[in-house]
Every structure is written in C-alpha cells, then in structure tokens.
Design a binder for this molecule. Structure first.
Ligand SMILES: Cc1cc2nc3c(=O)[nH]c(=O)nc-3n(C[C@H](O)[C@H](O)[C@H](O)COP(=O)(O)OP(=O)(O)OC[C@H]3O[C@@H](n4cnc5c(N)ncnc54)[C@H](O)[C@@H]3O)c2cc1C
Length: 392
C-alpha cells in the first residue's frame, strides 16, 4: 500500500471539489483530490453553465432567500474569470455574457407585478429591439426580451482550466474499491489503484464533494438521518446545423421558466440546443419519447417561426444531488455537514461553488499546514469527462 499525507483530501472532481482545490492550494495547503470517474463527469458536465444571479428565483417579483443569496455570485465568478482573487479562471470561455429572458405579449401582461418590482429592475434590462439576437429578430416575435446579469460558461473549458493548473493533484481513484477508514479516531481514505496497488491518504481534513457519491462515501460516518436528496431531471437536446446560438429562459405565468435553452457545439460543429426548465422537471418521471414530443410542441408554441422538422432530438436523465430539505424542494444555500475530520458538502448550484469554498475555508482558518506532506510519485491522474452534447 502506498501512503499519502496532506492537509486536505477532497473526494470528487466536480465544480465543488475543483474550486475548493484551487482555493486551498492558493492558501498554501497540501491538497489531493480523488476522482473515481472523469473530471466533471457528474452534474457539472451536465449543467447548463449559467452563473445565476437569482433572477430565476425572483420570478414572483419577491426577493426570496435564494435570490438574495445568489445575487453576488456572478461578480464572484467574473473576478475569477478576470484572473483576480485566489481562484483564477481567465482562460475559461464565456459562451455568453448574459442569459436572456423572453416573454410572449399575453404573458407579460400577467406578470406586471414581477416586471414592476424593484428586485427585478436591478437585475434585468429590457433589450432594445435593434440589439435583438438573430433568433428574436423575426417579425413574428412580439414579446419582450430582457438581459440578465448572468454569464453562461463553457463547462468543458472551465474543467480544462482547472486541469491545466492542478492536474498533478487530481488522482484517479476507484469508487467500488475505496472508502473512509478510521485510524486512531481519525478518518483516512483508502482507494484501489491500477496494478493491484492501493493508496491510503491521511489528511487533517477530508471534504466529500462527490455529488451523489457522497451518500455511499459517508456511510461509515454513521450519520443517522439521511442528509442527501436527489431531484431528477430529463435534459433534452435538439440538434441542427443552422440553429442560432441562444442563451435564454422563456417566461411563462408560473414562477419557474417554461424552458431554459443554452447552446453548444457538438464535435461535428452542429449546434445543440440544451433544454432544461419545466420540460426537464416534468420529463424526469416520463419516457424519453413522451418528453421529446411534448417539448417539441412547447418549442413550437414559444418560437413558432423556428422550423422544427430538421431537429434531431435526444435526452438523458440525471439527478441533482443536494442537502436534504424537509419539503424536498431546492435548498437555498450550499449544504455542509461535519463529522469528526470529515465534511460532507453539496454546493446546490454550480454558481454557488465559491460560496461553498468560502464556508469551508472560513471554518478551517486556524488550521496550520503540516510540516511533512507527502504524495507518492507516479499516481494515475484523472482525465476530463465529455459533455453530453459533444458526441451525439
Ligand atoms: C442538468 C443540470 C443542469 C444544471 N444547470 C446548472 C446551471 O446552469 N447553473 C448552476 O449554477 N447549476 C446548475 N446545475 C447544478 C450544478 O450542476 C450542481 O449543483 C453542481 O455541478 C454540483 O457539483 P458537485 O461538484 O457537487 O457534484 P458533481 O458535479 O456531481 O461532481 C461529483 C464528482 O464526484 C465524483 N465521484 C462520485 N463518487 C465518487 C467516489 N466514491 N470517489 C471519487 N469520486 C467520486 C463524480 O464522478 C463526479 O465527478 C445543474 C444541474 C443539473 C443536473
């Protein structure tokens, strides 16, 4: 068995683990991150990459706790994208500086309270029709278009940036053959490696950022009540050569977007509209066929001038993994639970990764780096995963 000794071991290389790794390294700690699949291969590469500023959660016109908390996140990310602060992401591609929000004329009148509200005025601007993106320049578009202060990131390039900076510290582990082990009242982590070898990692603190994998990993801690909830989605993809690139929420009469579209390039350079929001929520309990049919109809209602006949459709299901809530709804904040020297963490949103790292590092401000960190040579390093839209 090989042995490693570090200040922090992080398990799971999604956005939560990666942001934390970058932050802790910048603070001078020795850190290892174990990933059992590929970097980003959980929820992170399935996400739409929208750095929410809370508009989505303020669609009632009221500033909910979630919408207030998340309002600072676009600025935190913009700092990192500008190469300022501890986490530096200046080489990450921003797909769009703004997520848009569009209404149809009949809907706008039903949500006047929302448009009149102060909360919304500070967070969105009406787009002048002269500046409409291609999709909305069509004469049949009679609604309003708003610009939200919410950048949309290219997640593969985000992962590449972390990988370029920290690949030596992101090692390949084996989920089926790894677990927390208790050594002299302190938790350590053991994992199988290639070639029948194994690795034991002792760390002052272990942070489980394994998304859905946290549930199994935290079992040995003996936490009585379940701490994780899953909220399933069926995400949709519609692909065609000549689709315009668009990043927009369609606003309906409810407090959730009717549809959220982001656009990505598949490996063959065709455009994929990646669709979340209501169709993905409702589709989670339905078949692919039924969900695709109803989403086609919805898209035709929302954007009747788009020729849907050439679209190639596909979908997949994925669970959002988060800290448990009494009502099963989305938590407002990141969730962290500490047992001995292990913290179990879920960011709740990609956008919240900086806040999760702030909370964790704040908790350990007094932790002094160990004097004798050790990382064995030639450990297998983890690769970056593929986005769902790249290969279909
Ligand atoms: C479809 C979808 C769209 C979304 N869109 C957005 C959005 O636009 N904006 C936003 O802010 N949020 C969005 N979210 C939420 C966001 O993606 C998640 O909150 C965030 O990615 C969670 O990051 P994470 O690092 O906690 O988990 P994950 O990204 O799931 O990463 C966990 C990692 O741990 C690894 N792992 C699991 N078990 C083990 C183990 N035993 N050992 C080692 N490694 C392990 C996994 O392979 C994975 O790489 C979306 C979520 C989904 C599902």
């Amino acid at each position: 068995m090989k042995h490693a000794k570090v200040d922090f071991l992080i398990v799971g290389a999604g956005i939560a683990g990666l942001w934390l790794l970058a932050d802790l390294k910048a603070r001078g700690y020795s850190v290892l991150l174990c990933e059992s699949n590929a970097i980003g291969s959980g929820q992170t590469l399935a996400s739409q990459g929208i750095i929410h500023g809370g508009t989505k959660y303020a669609l009632t016109g009221k500033a909910s706790k979630a919408s207030m908390t998340i309002a600072d996140m676009p600025n935190r990310w913009k700092q990192a994208l500008a190469g300022k602060g501890r986490v530096k992401l200046q080489d990450v591609k921003c797909l769009s500086q703004h997520q848009l929000l569009w209404t149809s004329p009949n809907i706008a009148s039903k949500v006047t309270g929302f448009f009149a509200s102060k909360v919304m005025k500070s967070r969105m601007q009406l787009v002048d029709s002269k500046n409409y993106p291609e999709l909305f320049q069509h004469p049949d578009f009679k609604g309003n278009l708003y610009q939200l202060d919410e950048p949309v990131l290219d997640i593969p390039s985000l992962l590449q940036s972390f990988h370029r900076q920290f690949s030596d510290f992101i090692i390949q582990s084996d989920a089926a053959n790894s677990s927390l082990v208790n050594i002299d009242n302190n938790w350590a982590f053991e994992t199988a490696l290639q070639d029948n070898a194994s690795l034991q990692i002792q760390a002052q603190q272990i942070i489980l950022c394994a998304g859905e994998g946290n549930e199994a990993l935290s079992k040995p801690l003996g936490i009585k009540a379940p701490t994780m909830q899953r909220r399933p989605l069926r995400m949709l993809m519609a692909k065609a050569k000549h689709l315009p690139m668009i990043y927009a929420h369609a606003l309906g009469v409810s407090d959730k977007p009717k549809m959220t579209i982001t656009s990505h390039k598949a490996n063959d350079r065709e455009t994929v509209w990646y669709i979340g929001g209501e169709p993905a929520e409702k589709g989670a309990s339905k078949s692919e066929e039924v969900t695709i049919e109803s989403t086609k109809k919805e898209l035709q209602n929302l954007l009747p001038w788009i020729d849907g006949s050439t679209l190639q459709w596909s979908s997949f299901t994925i669970n959002r993994a988060e800290g448990i809530q009494d009502n099963g709804k989305r938590p407002d904040l990141p969730f962290i639970q500490q047992v001995d020297n292990v913290s179990v963490a879920w960011p709740t949103k990609l956008a919240f990764a900086p806040m999760l790292a702030d909370e964790i590092t704040h908790h350990f401000t007094k932790l002094k780096p160990i004097s004798d960190p050790h990382i064995p040579q030639n450990l297998e390093l983890a690769n970056i995963g593929n986005a769902h839209w790249s290969n279909y």
